[in-house]
Every structure is written in structure tokens, then in C-alpha cells.
Design a protein around this ligand. Structure first.
Ligand code: AHG
Ligand code: MN
Ligand code: MN
Length: 325
């Protein structure tokens, strides 16, 4: 393996640069729990059929989606890692209908909303998949209950995602600061490889499921046509992989409302909110087509939201065509 100079590890980053930014050790412990869990998930992703984690469990989750074995395995791994961190008060998870309220008195009490395995349709065909996390801090003195998880996106204190692709990359966003860390599987630690991520000024790609065009309303069809005329199409079918490419290369992702899905397909609390937070901290934008994602006051843990996500100018132009403004 090529020997490069010492790279800052995630642990070093959190205990040095993170503190300089006034971010708490407790939040750092939550991030380390996510990193530890993602290492275990990555091992299962790499082994796949060898670890007998391919295929469906036969269950349906709260949102009506078929549950894959790796969905359940990754959910269990992250619930365990986060619960053991000593700083998480509650967890909301795509694969678990009700909130997990962590017992014991956790002083600073972070609330984590997660999609433990994003891109489930790609698990069995060895295409990039990921995990997505939104992190809020419980309100001072709050006795955490189910409603504590229904927080507006702009109150997130951090967000993170992991993409299990040709490499495993953890992207961490706090206010005005987005960094990427790449897993060194031989060492088992994440090294800082993408400091200070900002979405490029030029949009290069558009990502949408063109098969849905026939069920889009007229203005939305027009908005997609304008994207098709200007940009190259890239669509993996794993939101986190499509977003990661667009974040690093410039691009827009769109899963808009359609005739069959008035709220689109993606989930507000653990897909749109976290990635909307990452996008905004990197200079991008996230909208439903009618309002800023991070302004939505949630009503249900698993509610869906249409999602237009990426370069700020292109999101704004697309949104204005969709809503006729
Ligand atoms: P999940 O596997 O967590 O349910 O997420 C899948 C989502 C998202 O990752 C992706 O962008 C979208 O489903 C793809 O939907 P279509 O197959 O309808 O395009
Ligand atoms: Mn998902
Ligand atoms: Mn999922």
C-alpha cells in the first residue's frame, strides 16, 4: 500500500480541531459511535453473501418497505453503538416503528435519527449503499419521549453519512464545516481525506428516476426536462451515493412529488433533513419544491418529503419551475 504522510484520524480531529470549534466531547462520542458502527456494517457489506446478509427478511417496515437482512443487521449495529455511547437519549430509525428511548441519565442527551442502510435495492447487486444520520440535542431539562424526536431540521447540531462504495467514506457536517474521512480497512480507522468540502460552483450532474416522468405533474416534468437538456444523468438508486457524487463534483438530485406519491418517496427525518443539513453547510440547498426542507415542522417519525437537493442556484431554478414562482 502506498505510504503517505500521517493523516489526521477522526479521533484526532474530534479531540483537537473539534474542540477548537467549541463542539462538545459528548457529540464527539456520538460521532465515534457512528464510525465504530459503520466499520462493522462495512465488514458485513463486503462479505454480503458470505455473511448471509443478502436477501429479504420477509418483514415490512413502518413505511411499508420490504426489509432486507442487511437493513436489520445495520439497524441493530447502530442502535447498540449509539446506546452504548453514554450520550444518546433517543434514536429514531427507518427500520424501527417506535423511537428507541435509551435508559439511564445521559447528561447532554443527543437525539439521533437514522437510515441505517440506504439503497437497500442495491445490496444484492454489489452497488454502493450507505447510512445516514441526523443529530439533534435534547432541549435543556427535557424528559425525552416519542415527541422529542419530531424536531425541525434546522435545529440539527450535526449530520453525517457513510457511503460504502469503492472506498468507505464518512462525511461529517457541523455548522459551516463539512469534512470527509476515508476508512483504512487495514488499520480500522477513518483518516481525514476531504477537509472543508464545499459543493463546486458548477453543476455537472442531475440525478432522478426518469422512469417516474410519466406520473409527474406538468411543471415538474418541465423542470426535469430543463435539467436533462443541461446536465449529464447519473442515478445510482442509492440516495447517499448519488448525493456524495453531486456534493464532490456538483450536481442536483430530485425525487419530487408525483401522482402516486404526493410527498415523494424519501423520508424527511432521516434522509432529507440530514442530507439537507450537509448540503446547506457545503453551500448547497434542499427543498421540497415548495419549501426549504430544514424548515419543515415534522408531524410523524416516518413521514416522507419530496426532495430537490444540491447546487443552490440549480435547486432554486428547479424549484421556481416546479412551483411556478
Ligand atoms: P432505502 O433503501 O433506505 O429505502 O432508500 C432507498 C431510496 C434512496 O436511497 C434512493 O434514492 C431511492 O430509494 C431510489 O428509489 P427508486 O428506486 O424509486 O428510484
Ligand atoms: Mn434510504
Ligand atoms: Mn434504509
Amino acid at each position: 500500500m502506498a505510504v503517505v504522510g500521517h493523516r489526521t484520524t477522526l479521533e484526532e480531529y474530534i479531540t483537537s480541531e473539534w474542540r477548537e470549534k467549541g463542539l462538545s466531547d459528548g457529540l464527539g462520542a456520538v460521532i465515534m459511535a457512528i464510525a465504530d458502527g459503520s466499520r462493522l456494517v462495512q465488514e458485513q457489506v463486503q462479505q454480503a453473501a458470505l455473511a448471509d446478509v443478502l436477501g429479504a427478511t420477509g418483514d415490512i417496515n413502518a413505511g411499508g418497505d420490504i426489509v432486507q437482512r442487511l437493513d436489520t443487521a445495520s439497524s441493530d449495529i447502530f442502535v447498540e453503538a449509539l446506546s452504548q455511547s453514554g450520550h444518546v437519549a433517543a434514536i429514531g430509525c427507518e427500520e424501527i416503528e417506535r423511537p428507541v428511548i435509551v435508559e439511564g441519565n445521559v447528561a447532554d442527551g443527543y437525539i439521533v435519527l437514522m437510515d441505517p442502510l440506504d439503497g437497500s435495492s442495491n445490496i444484492d447487486v454489489a452497488v454502493s449503499i450507505g447510512s445516514i444520520f441526523g443529530i439533534w440535542q435534547k432541549r435543556p431539562g427535557e424528559n425525552v419521549n416519542d415527541d422529542s424526536l419530531l424536531r425541525v431540521g434546522k435545529e440539527q447540531v450535526a449530520a453525517a453519512y457513510v457511503v460504502y462504495g469503492s472506498s468507505t467514506v464518512l462525511v461529517l457536517a457541523t455548522e459551516n464545516n463539512v469534512c470527509g474521512f476515508t476508512l483504512d480497512p487495514e488499520v480500522g480507522s477513518f483518516a481525514l481525506t476531504h477537509p472543508g468540502i464545499k459543493i463546486p460552483a458548477e453543476c455537472a450532474y442531475y440525478s432522478t428516476n426518469e422512469g417516474n416522468n410519466k406520473v409527474l405533474d406538468g411543471p415538474t416534468q418541465k423542470a426535469i426536462t430543463l435539467l436533462r437538456d443541461k446536465y449529464s444523468q447519473r442515478y445510482v438508486g442509492s440516495l447517499v451515493a448519488d448525493f456524495h457524487r453531486n456534493l464532490l463534483k456538483g450536481g442536483i438530485f430530485a425525487y419530487p412529488a408525483d401522482q402516486n406519491r404526493k410527498d415523494g418517496r424519501l423520508r424527511l427525518m432521516y434522509e432529507a433533513n440530514p442530507l439537507g443539513f450537509v448540503a446547506e453547510q457545503a453551500g448547497g440547498a434542499a427543498s421540497t419544491g415548495y419549501q426549504r426542507i430544514l424548515d419543515i415542522v415534522p408531524e410523524q417519525l416516518h413521514q416522507r418529503a419530496p426532495l430537490i437537493l444540491g447546487n443552490k442556484d440549480v435547486v432554486e431554478a428547479t424549484v421556481s419551475v416546479i412551483n411556478g414562482s
